[in-house]
Ligand binder design. Structure first.
Ligand code: ADP
Length: 386
Protein backbone atom coordinates (compact mmCIF):
# COMPACT_ATOMS: atom_id res chain seq x y z
CA UNK A 1 0.00 0.00 0.00
CA UNK A 2 1.31 3.45 -0.87
CA UNK A 3 2.06 5.85 1.96
CA UNK A 4 -0.51 8.59 2.38
CA UNK A 5 0.85 12.03 1.62
CA UNK A 6 -0.23 15.51 2.67
CA UNK A 7 -1.24 16.28 -0.90
CA UNK A 8 -3.57 13.23 -0.90
CA UNK A 9 -5.23 14.72 2.14
CA UNK A 10 -5.37 18.25 0.71
CA UNK A 11 -6.70 16.86 -2.57
CA UNK A 12 -9.53 15.16 -0.76
CA UNK A 13 -10.26 18.21 1.41
CA UNK A 14 -10.88 20.30 -1.70
CA UNK A 15 -14.35 18.73 -1.73
CA UNK A 16 -15.20 20.45 1.53
CA UNK A 17 -16.70 23.91 1.31
CA UNK A 18 -15.67 26.65 3.72
CA UNK A 19 -17.92 28.24 6.37
CA UNK A 20 -19.76 30.48 3.92
CA UNK A 21 -19.61 28.18 0.89
CA UNK A 22 -17.54 30.71 -1.07
CA UNK A 23 -14.78 28.24 -1.83
CA UNK A 24 -13.27 25.02 -0.50
CA UNK A 25 -11.38 24.95 2.80
CA UNK A 26 -8.03 24.27 1.12
CA UNK A 27 -8.26 27.17 -1.31
CA UNK A 28 -9.42 29.41 1.54
CA UNK A 29 -6.21 28.55 3.39
CA UNK A 30 -8.06 27.23 6.41
CA UNK A 31 -6.31 23.87 6.79
CA UNK A 32 -3.47 23.75 9.29
CA UNK A 33 -0.32 21.72 9.05
CA UNK A 34 -1.21 18.07 8.46
CA UNK A 35 0.46 15.32 10.50
CA UNK A 36 0.26 11.74 9.32
CA UNK A 37 1.40 9.04 11.72
CA UNK A 38 0.72 5.34 11.30
CA UNK A 39 -2.34 5.86 9.14
CA UNK A 40 -3.78 8.51 11.46
CA UNK A 41 -4.26 11.98 10.01
CA UNK A 42 -4.37 15.07 12.21
CA UNK A 43 -5.06 18.66 11.29
CA UNK A 44 -7.22 21.60 12.23
CA UNK A 45 -9.47 23.96 10.34
CA UNK A 46 -9.49 27.65 11.16
CA UNK A 47 -13.00 29.02 11.55
CA UNK A 48 -14.31 32.43 12.59
CA UNK A 49 -14.36 32.95 16.36
CA UNK A 50 -17.64 31.89 17.93
CA UNK A 51 -18.82 29.75 15.04
CA UNK A 52 -17.25 26.44 16.03
CA UNK A 53 -20.50 24.92 17.23
CA UNK A 54 -22.38 25.87 14.12
CA UNK A 55 -19.56 24.47 11.98
CA UNK A 56 -19.43 21.04 13.61
CA UNK A 57 -20.83 19.55 10.42
CA UNK A 58 -17.93 21.02 8.45
CA UNK A 59 -15.51 19.34 10.88
CA UNK A 60 -17.29 16.00 10.58
CA UNK A 61 -17.37 16.24 6.79
CA UNK A 62 -13.63 16.90 6.68
CA UNK A 63 -13.04 13.93 8.98
CA UNK A 64 -15.23 11.72 6.80
CA UNK A 65 -13.62 12.59 3.46
CA UNK A 66 -10.12 12.06 4.85
CA UNK A 67 -11.04 8.75 6.50
CA UNK A 68 -12.27 7.63 3.07
CA UNK A 69 -8.71 7.79 1.66
CA UNK A 70 -7.29 4.33 1.12
CA UNK A 71 -4.84 3.56 3.90
CA UNK A 72 -6.19 6.12 6.40
CA UNK A 73 -7.31 4.44 9.63
CA UNK A 74 -8.67 7.51 11.28
CA UNK A 75 -8.70 11.25 11.00
CA UNK A 76 -8.74 13.69 13.87
CA UNK A 77 -9.90 17.14 12.93
CA UNK A 78 -10.27 20.05 15.30
CA UNK A 79 -11.67 23.50 14.72
CA UNK A 80 -9.53 26.42 15.81
CA UNK A 81 -10.74 29.95 16.15
CA UNK A 82 -9.38 32.62 13.87
CA UNK A 83 -7.64 35.41 15.75
CA UNK A 84 -8.72 38.85 14.72
CA UNK A 85 -7.48 41.87 16.49
CA UNK A 86 -4.84 44.45 15.79
CA UNK A 87 -3.23 45.30 12.52
CA UNK A 88 -0.47 42.77 12.96
CA UNK A 89 -3.00 40.00 13.10
CA UNK A 90 -4.68 41.35 10.04
CA UNK A 91 -1.49 41.42 8.07
CA UNK A 92 -0.71 37.90 9.18
CA UNK A 93 -4.11 36.87 8.01
CA UNK A 94 -3.71 38.47 4.60
CA UNK A 95 -0.32 36.83 4.33
CA UNK A 96 -2.00 33.55 4.98
CA UNK A 97 -4.69 34.26 2.36
CA UNK A 98 -2.00 35.12 -0.15
CA UNK A 99 -0.17 31.96 0.76
CA UNK A 100 -3.15 29.70 0.30
CA UNK A 101 -2.78 29.99 -3.44
CA UNK A 102 0.39 27.95 -3.12
CA UNK A 103 -1.31 25.59 -0.65
CA UNK A 104 0.84 26.86 2.18
CA UNK A 105 -0.26 25.59 5.54
CA UNK A 106 -0.91 27.64 8.65
CA UNK A 107 1.89 27.63 11.21
CA UNK A 108 1.48 26.28 14.72
CA UNK A 109 0.23 29.05 16.93
CA UNK A 110 2.40 30.03 19.92
CA UNK A 111 0.85 30.80 23.29
CA UNK A 112 1.23 34.51 23.79
CA UNK A 113 3.63 35.39 26.57
CA UNK A 114 5.06 31.88 26.86
CA UNK A 115 8.62 31.63 25.60
CA UNK A 116 9.21 27.90 25.52
CA UNK A 117 6.97 24.86 25.70
CA UNK A 118 8.56 21.51 26.48
CA UNK A 119 6.98 18.12 27.05
CA UNK A 120 7.96 15.40 29.47
CA UNK A 121 6.95 12.07 27.97
CA UNK A 122 7.36 8.36 28.46
CA UNK A 123 6.46 5.34 26.39
CA UNK A 124 4.58 3.71 29.24
CA UNK A 125 3.05 4.59 32.60
CA UNK A 126 4.63 4.14 36.01
CA UNK A 127 8.19 5.04 35.00
CA UNK A 128 8.20 8.24 37.04
CA UNK A 129 7.32 10.73 34.31
CA UNK A 130 5.10 12.95 36.47
CA UNK A 131 7.54 12.81 39.38
CA UNK A 132 10.33 13.90 37.05
CA UNK A 133 8.19 16.62 35.46
CA UNK A 134 7.37 18.31 38.78
CA UNK A 135 10.93 18.08 40.11
CA UNK A 136 12.35 19.43 36.86
CA UNK A 137 9.80 22.24 36.84
CA UNK A 138 10.91 23.19 40.36
CA UNK A 139 14.59 22.94 39.41
CA UNK A 140 13.98 25.26 36.44
CA UNK A 141 12.16 27.65 38.76
CA UNK A 142 15.10 27.68 41.19
CA UNK A 143 17.20 28.98 38.31
CA UNK A 144 15.12 32.14 38.31
CA UNK A 145 12.69 31.23 35.54
CA UNK A 146 8.91 31.60 35.61
CA UNK A 147 7.52 28.14 35.12
CA UNK A 148 4.11 26.63 34.40
CA UNK A 149 3.23 22.96 34.57
CA UNK A 150 0.36 21.54 32.55
CA UNK A 151 -0.69 18.02 33.49
CA UNK A 152 -1.97 16.73 30.15
CA UNK A 153 -2.99 13.33 31.49
CA UNK A 154 -6.74 13.64 31.14
CA UNK A 155 -7.50 10.09 32.24
CA UNK A 156 -5.20 9.89 35.25
CA UNK A 157 -4.11 13.34 36.39
CA UNK A 158 -1.46 13.16 39.10
CA UNK A 159 -0.54 16.79 39.70
CA UNK A 160 -3.05 17.47 42.53
CA UNK A 161 -1.52 14.64 44.56
CA UNK A 162 2.07 15.58 43.70
CA UNK A 163 1.68 19.14 44.94
CA UNK A 164 -0.94 18.43 47.60
CA UNK A 165 -3.63 20.82 46.42
CA UNK A 166 -7.21 20.10 45.46
CA UNK A 167 -8.70 23.53 44.88
CA UNK A 168 -10.56 24.66 41.83
CA UNK A 169 -9.02 27.35 39.62
CA UNK A 170 -10.94 30.61 39.33
CA UNK A 171 -11.99 31.98 36.01
CA UNK A 172 -11.86 35.54 34.71
CA UNK A 173 -13.42 36.53 31.40
CA UNK A 174 -13.72 32.91 30.35
CA UNK A 175 -10.03 32.29 31.07
CA UNK A 176 -8.79 30.11 33.88
CA UNK A 177 -6.36 31.39 36.46
CA UNK A 178 -3.74 28.67 36.99
CA UNK A 179 -3.30 27.52 40.58
CA UNK A 180 -0.05 28.48 42.27
CA UNK A 181 1.96 26.20 44.50
CA UNK A 182 5.67 26.18 45.32
CA UNK A 183 6.09 29.15 42.96
CA UNK A 184 4.77 27.27 39.92
CA UNK A 185 1.65 27.97 37.85
CA UNK A 186 -0.31 24.74 37.60
CA UNK A 187 -3.21 23.27 35.65
CA UNK A 188 -4.52 19.73 35.66
CA UNK A 189 -7.80 18.07 34.80
CA UNK A 190 -7.63 16.89 38.40
CA UNK A 191 -8.33 20.49 39.51
CA UNK A 192 -11.27 20.79 37.16
CA UNK A 193 -13.26 17.60 37.61
CA UNK A 194 -14.09 15.61 40.70
CA UNK A 195 -11.57 12.86 41.23
CA UNK A 196 -14.36 10.57 42.39
CA UNK A 197 -16.48 11.16 39.31
CA UNK A 198 -15.38 8.80 36.58
CA UNK A 199 -15.33 10.63 33.29
CA UNK A 200 -15.80 8.89 30.01
CA UNK A 201 -13.63 10.77 27.56
CA UNK A 202 -13.82 10.39 23.84
CA UNK A 203 -10.90 11.23 21.55
CA UNK A 204 -12.07 14.69 20.43
CA UNK A 205 -12.91 15.61 24.05
CA UNK A 206 -9.38 14.79 25.12
CA UNK A 207 -8.03 17.03 22.43
CA UNK A 208 -10.50 19.76 23.29
CA UNK A 209 -9.46 19.56 26.95
CA UNK A 210 -5.78 19.82 26.09
CA UNK A 211 -6.39 22.72 23.74
CA UNK A 212 -8.30 24.52 26.49
CA UNK A 213 -5.59 23.92 29.05
CA UNK A 214 -3.13 25.44 26.59
CA UNK A 215 -5.14 28.34 25.27
CA UNK A 216 -7.76 29.23 27.87
CA UNK A 217 -5.45 29.50 30.85
CA UNK A 218 -3.80 32.75 31.91
CA UNK A 219 -0.27 31.38 31.61
CA UNK A 220 1.54 34.53 30.58
CA UNK A 221 4.15 35.59 31.37
CA UNK A 222 6.10 32.33 31.45
CA UNK A 223 9.64 31.42 30.50
CA UNK A 224 8.88 27.73 30.18
CA UNK A 225 5.64 25.76 30.12
CA UNK A 226 6.38 22.15 31.05
CA UNK A 227 3.74 19.74 29.76
CA UNK A 228 3.52 16.42 31.59
CA UNK A 229 2.20 14.17 28.82
CA UNK A 230 -0.01 11.13 29.26
CA UNK A 231 1.94 7.87 28.89
CA UNK A 232 2.30 6.37 25.43
CA UNK A 233 2.04 7.93 22.02
CA UNK A 234 -1.64 8.72 21.70
CA UNK A 235 -3.70 11.48 20.21
CA UNK A 236 -2.80 13.96 22.96
CA UNK A 237 0.80 14.05 21.75
CA UNK A 238 -0.10 14.76 18.21
CA UNK A 239 -2.67 17.36 19.16
CA UNK A 240 -0.05 19.18 21.14
CA UNK A 241 2.66 18.86 18.53
CA UNK A 242 0.27 20.21 15.97
CA UNK A 243 -1.19 23.06 17.98
CA UNK A 244 1.86 24.80 19.38
CA UNK A 245 5.52 25.08 18.48
CA UNK A 246 7.25 22.73 20.90
CA UNK A 247 10.83 23.54 21.81
CA UNK A 248 11.52 19.94 22.66
CA UNK A 249 10.66 16.82 24.52
CA UNK A 250 12.30 15.10 27.48
CA UNK A 251 11.80 11.33 27.48
CA UNK A 252 11.74 9.35 30.71
CA UNK A 253 12.56 5.67 30.75
CA UNK A 254 13.49 3.08 33.32
CA UNK A 255 16.35 0.76 32.37
CA UNK A 256 14.08 -2.22 31.77
CA UNK A 257 13.86 -3.39 28.21
CA UNK A 258 10.15 -2.97 27.97
CA UNK A 259 10.18 0.63 29.08
CA UNK A 260 13.03 1.22 26.66
CA UNK A 261 11.16 -0.27 23.73
CA UNK A 262 8.24 2.00 24.57
CA UNK A 263 10.50 5.01 24.98
CA UNK A 264 11.91 4.27 21.55
CA UNK A 265 8.41 4.57 20.08
CA UNK A 266 7.99 7.89 21.85
CA UNK A 267 11.23 9.21 20.44
CA UNK A 268 10.26 8.14 16.94
CA UNK A 269 6.87 9.75 17.21
CA UNK A 270 8.20 13.12 18.34
CA UNK A 271 10.87 13.03 15.67
CA UNK A 272 8.26 12.26 13.02
CA UNK A 273 6.23 15.31 13.93
CA UNK A 274 9.33 17.48 14.01
CA UNK A 275 9.70 17.97 17.77
CA UNK A 276 13.35 18.04 18.89
CA UNK A 277 14.29 15.50 21.56
CA UNK A 278 16.03 17.38 24.36
CA UNK A 279 17.23 14.06 25.76
CA UNK A 280 16.41 10.94 27.75
CA UNK A 281 16.53 10.45 31.52
CA UNK A 282 17.08 7.08 33.14
CA UNK A 283 14.75 6.98 36.14
CA UNK A 284 14.90 4.31 38.86
CA UNK A 285 18.37 3.81 37.50
CA UNK A 286 19.80 1.94 40.50
CA UNK A 287 19.05 1.50 44.17
CA UNK A 288 21.18 2.42 47.13
CA UNK A 289 20.20 0.51 50.24
CA UNK A 290 19.54 3.11 52.94
CA UNK A 291 21.00 0.91 55.72
CA UNK A 292 24.21 -0.38 54.11
CA UNK A 293 24.80 2.22 51.41
CA UNK A 294 25.30 -0.65 49.00
CA UNK A 295 24.31 -0.06 45.43
CA UNK A 296 22.10 -2.48 43.48
CA UNK A 297 21.61 -2.20 39.72
CA UNK A 298 18.25 -3.89 39.90
CA UNK A 299 16.78 -2.90 36.57
CA UNK A 300 19.91 -3.10 34.46
CA UNK A 301 21.42 0.33 35.00
CA UNK A 302 22.97 2.05 31.97
CA UNK A 303 20.77 0.73 29.17
CA UNK A 304 19.08 4.10 28.62
CA UNK A 305 22.45 5.82 28.15
CA UNK A 306 23.35 3.20 25.54
CA UNK A 307 20.05 3.63 23.78
CA UNK A 308 20.48 7.41 23.73
CA UNK A 309 23.88 6.99 22.13
CA UNK A 310 22.49 4.62 19.53
CA UNK A 311 19.67 7.04 18.69
CA UNK A 312 22.05 10.02 18.72
CA UNK A 313 19.96 11.85 21.30
CA UNK A 314 21.34 13.44 24.46
CA UNK A 315 21.47 11.45 27.67
CA UNK A 316 20.38 13.85 30.38
CA UNK A 317 21.21 11.84 33.48
CA UNK A 318 20.26 9.12 35.95
CA UNK A 319 17.87 9.38 38.87
CA UNK A 320 18.23 6.49 41.32
CA UNK A 321 15.34 4.60 42.81
CA UNK A 322 14.71 5.82 46.31
CA UNK A 323 11.68 5.25 48.54
CA UNK A 324 12.07 8.86 49.73
CA UNK A 325 10.99 10.07 46.27
CA UNK A 326 7.75 8.17 46.57
CA UNK A 327 7.20 9.29 50.16
CA UNK A 328 7.83 12.93 49.22
CA UNK A 329 5.40 12.67 46.29
CA UNK A 330 2.76 11.07 48.45
CA UNK A 331 3.04 13.92 50.92
CA UNK A 332 2.55 16.49 48.18
CA UNK A 333 6.05 17.92 48.59
CA UNK A 334 8.38 16.88 45.76
CA UNK A 335 11.80 15.55 46.77
CA UNK A 336 13.67 18.62 45.50
CA UNK A 337 11.82 20.63 48.17
CA UNK A 338 11.67 17.92 50.82
CA UNK A 339 15.41 17.17 50.58
CA UNK A 340 16.91 20.18 48.82
CA UNK A 341 20.49 19.17 49.53
CA UNK A 342 20.09 15.49 48.67
CA UNK A 343 21.43 13.59 45.70
CA UNK A 344 18.10 13.59 43.87
CA UNK A 345 17.69 17.34 44.10
CA UNK A 346 21.16 17.73 42.63
CA UNK A 347 20.40 15.34 39.79
CA UNK A 348 17.23 17.21 38.86
CA UNK A 349 19.07 20.56 39.01
CA UNK A 350 21.87 19.28 36.79
CA UNK A 351 19.35 18.02 34.25
CA UNK A 352 17.48 21.34 34.41
CA UNK A 353 20.71 23.18 33.57
CA UNK A 354 21.23 21.03 30.48
CA UNK A 355 17.66 21.69 29.43
CA UNK A 356 18.11 25.45 29.85
CA UNK A 357 21.24 25.32 27.74
CA UNK A 358 19.47 23.36 25.04
CA UNK A 359 16.53 25.76 25.06
CA UNK A 360 18.84 28.70 24.60
CA UNK A 361 20.11 26.96 21.49
CA UNK A 362 16.61 25.78 20.54
CA UNK A 363 15.65 26.15 16.91
CA UNK A 364 11.93 26.39 17.69
CA UNK A 365 11.34 28.74 20.59
CA UNK A 366 7.70 29.47 21.32
CA UNK A 367 8.09 33.20 21.23
CA UNK A 368 7.56 35.99 18.78
CA UNK A 369 10.48 37.57 17.00
CA UNK A 370 12.06 40.27 19.10
CA UNK A 371 11.07 38.72 22.43
CA UNK A 372 13.88 38.27 24.87
CA UNK A 373 14.98 34.68 25.20
CA UNK A 374 16.22 33.16 28.43
CA UNK A 375 18.93 35.38 29.74
CA UNK A 376 21.87 34.64 31.96
CA UNK A 377 20.25 31.85 33.81
CA UNK A 378 22.61 28.98 33.05
CA UNK A 379 24.60 28.01 36.05
CA UNK A 380 22.82 30.34 38.44
CA UNK A 381 20.73 29.05 41.28
CA UNK A 382 18.68 30.80 43.81
CA UNK A 383 19.00 29.19 47.19
CA UNK A 384 16.92 26.07 47.11
CA UNK A 385 13.77 26.71 49.09
CA UNK A 386 13.13 24.38 51.94
P1 ADP B 1 4.29 8.07 35.65
O1 ADP B 1 3.99 9.53 35.55
O2 ADP B 1 5.35 7.64 34.68
O3 ADP B 1 3.08 7.20 35.59
P2 ADP B 1 4.86 8.58 38.43
O4 ADP B 1 5.71 9.79 38.39
O5 ADP B 1 3.44 8.71 38.86
O6 ADP B 1 4.95 7.79 37.06
O7 ADP B 1 5.63 7.52 39.35
C1 ADP B 1 5.11 6.24 39.62
C2 ADP B 1 5.46 5.87 41.07
O8 ADP B 1 6.86 5.71 41.18
C3 ADP B 1 5.07 6.94 42.07
O9 ADP B 1 4.62 6.32 43.25
C4 ADP B 1 6.38 7.70 42.31
O10 ADP B 1 6.42 8.28 43.63
C5 ADP B 1 7.40 6.59 42.18
N1 ADP B 1 8.72 7.04 41.70
C6 ADP B 1 9.00 7.79 40.61
N2 ADP B 1 10.32 7.96 40.46
C7 ADP B 1 10.91 7.30 41.50
C8 ADP B 1 12.26 7.07 41.92
N3 ADP B 1 13.31 7.55 41.24
N4 ADP B 1 12.44 6.35 43.06
C9 ADP B 1 11.41 5.85 43.76
N5 ADP B 1 10.12 6.00 43.39
C10 ADP B 1 9.87 6.71 42.29
Amino acid sequence: MLAITRSDVLGQLKQVKGPDFTDDIVSLGLVSEISIVDGKVFFSITVPTGRAEELELLRQTAEKVVTAIDGVNSAVVTLTAERKHGTEEKSMFSLRSAAHKQLRIAPRRPIEGVKYIITVASGKGGVGKSTTAINLALALKESGLTIGLLDADIYGPSLPRLVGIHRRPESHDKKLEPLEQYGLKLISMGFLVDEETPMVWRGPMVMGAITQMLRDVLWAPLDVLVVDMPPGTGDAHLTLAQQVPLSGSVIISTPQDLALADARKGIEMFMKVGVPILGIIENMSYFIAPDTGRRYDIFGHGSVRLEAKKRKVAFLGEVPLDPQIRAASDEGRPIILAKPYGLHAKRYRDIAQVIIKKLEESPIPNHAKGDKVLENVSGQYNNPST
